[in-house]
Write a new protein. Structure first.
Lengths: 211, 452, 312
């Protein structure tokens, strides 16, 4: 179980680093889809280990919504405007952001070691914590709205991984509610992002959003 | 019998669904009826006994929250009926606006009445989903950018509160608020979960390091939406923090909240001094009040009554302020403080209400906010030494001076412009709100009885 | 033992051009071309040996002795790395892994000096690129060695091979595979493969190629032969230490060693074909993008460190 979790967790970390590296939005979305499928594989495995139907339902929900529906939704939004498919001006250099991402992983590890390790007792729980921080960093380091949304969902996925591995007996209603809320956020974001593309640009407007 | 407790939720939800009907003016009428009915229901609930079952948990705190939400919700709906026509190119039709507004109110009612911390989380996340499009109603680039910041920052913060729920569950084996409040054994994960909950819900409540979305959204959202955000949405997020601190009997979690609240007041008060945009000025004032409320929450006990006096009177005063800012914006067509001149001559009714409101939101007697802040500060004195308390009072004074100076400049400066005509409802609603925020002081004994 | 060392030396020097030939022939075949014979590098070397040297007028003696020094350094490395045996040969104790890395570094430094000394702008261009990329890929190599040290408690390539051959836990661990992946990425940098460097005549993207631009005749032959040997050594290390440490004889046994020499050639051919497919499926990065690539390699090496800490 632990080795399997390590494998899943580190492949997720690798996928996030790949997202930091990539500039094409479509590829990042597809990478996220792969990451969600990997998490649903983990949940499938968990449901077999625990003989729990609820976890099985959760795994199917994860695969269907995070793996298939949300990426498809975003990709459909993307294809309407190919111009947006690539991030033109990244906020910071790729190499720099990858290194920062690593430093964040170390920071998360130390943080986990100091705060939670004594109570949880599983050292590999640091991986999802690192993933949460890396997802947040993806939001900070990119300007493209789609990539920011992906960063948010990486955080959500990491939270799922965290829950699934360390505290698998969380009430089902809570986790299902999480999935439903995620759909809401993605739908609203889709509308907002389409509007961001279609509204006329007025450059002096942004002074109001400072300070 | 417990069906009565879900009536506010049901009313707002039914109101939302009826808004889908394609009948002229119908959505406004139905929204007003439903929102007024929530006030009636919530007043009835106030006198009913506490309830705690599998789904609902309502004690004094929840009841007062429901009452506050329903009043501000009603005021917002009534004000919206006059204000919406000033938006040039709305994002969607009027009925969708009311649909979302009612759903937004529903999710807030839901958040404060459910008996499961996980569902509280779901409700607060749902407030984000339902309110995001309301912010973008004006449909220009900066309001959409503000909406996007709101969605992404608040959702990311709420991921942290999700983790906090997981940790709280791991520490106590339950997420039911009723069980959490009465338990006595927990593992050491609980304080960590509590601190993460403060960070996560604090993002939604505009607490200092996570507050960055707040001025943008309040600055760009249409006036009624800013009013309902400031008045009740942020307190709903604080409600979750209140619950978490109630069942976390650990000193350093409370200290953590105290420090965050303190920093929020300091930062907000300092930033108020440099604002040139009146809606952002009011937004930072909201942040300052939320910081005070968080300080009170962290102190608990007697200060908690102060928190509710503050939250209620602030909800009325601040929603009134934002309604008036909508009036100003629709007449003057600018958000710059320097460009708004001679309000007293051109819009006398708005001007004097705004003058009182500016005093109310910065804690001047006889408004409720003053008594709320005094209660919090008195309890704070017993915990911190006088120097820190004076520092806090100093920053409150700074906020008071910068707010009233800037508002006074807008109101009493000279202007050659002619008197502008005004809608009755648009000025009446803020006046009623302001009266409420004074009237709160007569209910302080009642509030303390309900919370106890 | 001395005989084995000599055999290993001859094995490497003789087969190094063949691997290069296999890679380029396979690439041509993938492109549906007829392609050169796999022995083409040998023909090139023979032809170069028959020609005369041309030396830039303003160069110093370093330009002349350079190819021989680097060639000698690669020969030294041949004697100390596990190529056909998994037990130390006569010269094995001379250097450990770090020492091997330093020897590689010394050869690279000498190459840069030679290129600088050739007083050609193209050579200088290649040198500066090679130096800036090398300066960043070197820490990765060090990190990789440290992680191998964590696995085997030593810096000895032979011991590392034996540990990975015998311990399934280590062989299957994430620590090991992250190290192997990081080394593969460094290997592509060090051997000048796509996506780092393309083998075209365009100066804009060339790195190592432009460093030999002023050489001719036997000097160039030694330069090239040393490069082939370097590639052969690195590929052998990648196979024998990192990814497929199996079947390498751990005890002195003539038959086993003789058979293994054939197996090693097969392994290398397999890797050469993998390289060829890899080169055909990726395109060259812009020069500045190379540093992003290196940062990915670094993060892989670092993740192996993290994996070790987490799996404690």
């Amino acid at each position: 179980m632990k080795d399997f979790f390590m494998l899943i967790g580190f492949s997720e970390v690798l996928l996030v680093i790949f997202m930091q590296w990539e500039v094409y939005v479509t590829k990042i979305v597809k990478t996220f889809s792969i990451g969600s499928y990997i998490i649903s594989i983990f949940l499938f495995y968990l449901s077999f280990v625990q003989h729990s139907y609820l976890v099985l339902i959760l795994a199917i929900l994860t695969a269907a919504i995070r793996g298939f529906f949300i990426p498809t939704f975003i990709l459909r939004r993307l294809s309407k405007d190919p111009r947006r498919e690539r991030e033109s001006k990244p906020a910071m250099g790729t190499a720099f952001s990858i290194i920062i991402s690593l430093v964040i992983a170390i920071f998360a590890y130390v943080l986990y070691d100091v705060t939670m390790l004594n109570f949880v007792g599983v050292l590999s729980g640091a991986i999802p914590v690192a993933l949460i921080f890396q997802g947040a960093f993806l939001i900070i380091s990119r300007k493209n709205a789609f990539i920011q949304l992906i960063g948010y969902m990486v955080m959500e996925n990491a939270a799922f991984l965290f829950t699934g591995y360390l505290f698998p007996d969380l009430p089902f209603s809570v986790e299902a509610g999480t999935v439903l809320d995620l759909i809401g956020v993605v739908m609203i974001s889709g509308i907002i992002m389409r509007m961001r593309e279609s509204t006329p640009k007025k450059s002096d407007d942004f002074d109001e959003l400072r300070g | 019998m417990s069906i009565i407790y879900i009536l506010p939720m049901a009313a707002s939800l039914i109101g939302a669904l009826l808004c889908l009907a394609r009948i002229e003016k119908f959505e406004e009428i139905i929204s007003v009826i439903m929102s007024v009915s929530t006030i009636i229901f919530s007043i009835v609930i106030l006198f009913l006994p506490d309830v705690s079952d599998a789904f609902l948990f309502l004690d004094g705190i929840s009841k007062i929250m429901i009452l506050t939400i329903s009043i501000v919700y009603t005021m917002t709906v009534i004000f919206s009926t006059t204000f919406l026509k000033y938006i040039d190119e709305p994002l969607f039709q009027k009925r969708f606006y009311y649909l979302l507004l009612n759903l937004f109110a529903f999710s807030m009612f839901f958040s404060v009445s459910v008996n499961n911390l996980g569902l509280v989380w779901v409700g607060i996340e749902a407030t984000t989903v339902t309110s995001a499009l309301l912010v973008a109603v004006e449909n220009d680039e900066s309001s959409i950018e503000a909406t996007w910041r709101y969605i992404i920052i608040v959702s990311s913060g709420l991921v942290i509160s999700f983790i906090s729920n997981v940790l709280i569950y791991a520490a106590t084996d339950t997420l039911d608020i009723s069980k959490l409040l009465t338990m006595n054994a927990f593992s050491a994960l609980l304080p960590l979960g509590g601190m993460m909950a403060i960070i996560g819900y604090g993002t939604k409540a505009g607490i200092f390091p996570m507050h960055t979305w707040l001025p943008d959204v309040h600055g760009k959202a249409p006036a009624p939406v800013s009013a309902i955000f400031s008045g009740v949405l942020l307190p709903v997020a604080l409600y979750a923090i209140i619950r978490v601190i109630q069942f976390t009997p650990v000193a350093y979690v409370k200290t953590f909240a105290l420090v965050l609240g303190f920093l929020t007041v300091i930062i907000a008060a300092s930033l108020m001094a440099v604002q040139t945009n009146y809606k952002r000025l009011f937004a930072y004032s909201t942040m300052e009040n939320m910081g005070m409320a968080l300080i009170g929450i962290s102190l608990g006990g007697y200060a908690l009554i102060g928190v509710f006096v503050l939250i209620i009177s602030h909800a009325f005063a601040k929603s009134s302020t934002f309604f008036l800012s909508g009036n100003l914006l629709s007449r003057y067509k600018t958000l710059k403080i320097d460009d708004v001149k001679g309000v007293a001559k051109r819009m006398p009714s708005t001007a004097y209400t705004l003058l009182f409101d500016a005093m109310a939101i910065t804690g001047m007697p006889p408004f409720g906010t003053f008594f709320g802040e005094i209660m919090i500060i008195l309890v704070l004195l017993s915990v911190l030494n006088i120097g820190w308390t004076l520092l806090l009072v100093g920053f409150l004074a700074l906020a008071f001076i910068s707010m009233n100076f800037k508002v006074g400049k807008m109101i009493f400066s000279d202007s050659e412009g002619e008197k502008m005509d005004r809608k009755r409802i648009g000025t009446l609603v803020p006046i009623i709100d302001t009266v409420f925020s004074v009237a709160v002081i007569f209910f302080i004994p009642f509030i303390s009885k309900v919370i106890k | 033992m001395v005989i084995l060392s000599v055999i290993q030396l001859i094995y490497v020097l003789a087969l190094a051009p063949l691997i290069v030939g296999i890679i380029s022939t396979t690439e041509e075949k993938i492109e549906s071309k007829k392609g050169p014979s796999i022995f083409q590098p040998y023909y090139d070397l023979i032809k170069l040996f028959k020609k005369e040297n041309v030396v830039p007028a303003k160069s110093s003696p370093i330009f002349r002795i350079g190819p021989y020094v680097t060639f000698a350094l690669y020969m030294l490395l041949t004697l100390v790395l596990p190529i056909i045996t998994a037990f130390p040969l006569q010269f094995g104790p001379v250097v450990d892994f770090i020492g091997g890395g330093l020897t590689f570094g010394a050869a690279a430094t000498f190459k840069k000096l030679m290129a600088l000394d050739s007083r050609s702008n193209y050579a200088h261009l290649g040198t500066s690129r090679s130096a800036s990329i090398g300066a960043l890929s070197e820490p990765i190599t060090v990190l990789i060695f440290i992680m191998l040290g964590v696995i085997s408690q030593t810096n000895n390539p032979y011991v590392i091979n034996n540990v990975l051959q015998t311990s399934t836990t280590w062989y299957l661990s994430l620590v090991h595979w992250f190290v192997a992946a990081a080394f593969f990425m460094v290997l592509l940098v060090e051997t000048g493969k796509l996506p780092i460097e393309s083998h075209s005549t365009a100066e804009l993207g060339s790195i190592d190629q432009s460093m030999e631009i002023e050489y001719s005749g036997p000097d160039l032959a030694f330069f090239k032969w040393g490069g082939y040997a370097k590639q052969f050594l690195l590929m052998s290390v990648f196979l024998n230490v990192y990814t497929i440490p199996f079947w390498v004889p751990m005890k002195m046994d003539w038959n086993a060693i003789l058979i293994y020499m054939g197996i090693q050639l097969l392994k290398l051919m397999g890797l050469a074909i993998v390289f060829a497919f890899f080169e055909e499926s990726v395109s060259k990065f812009r020069l500045l993008k190379n540093f992003d690539y290196i940062s990915i390699a670094f993060s892989l090496a670092f993740l192996s460190f993290l994996a070790f800490s987490v799996s404690r």
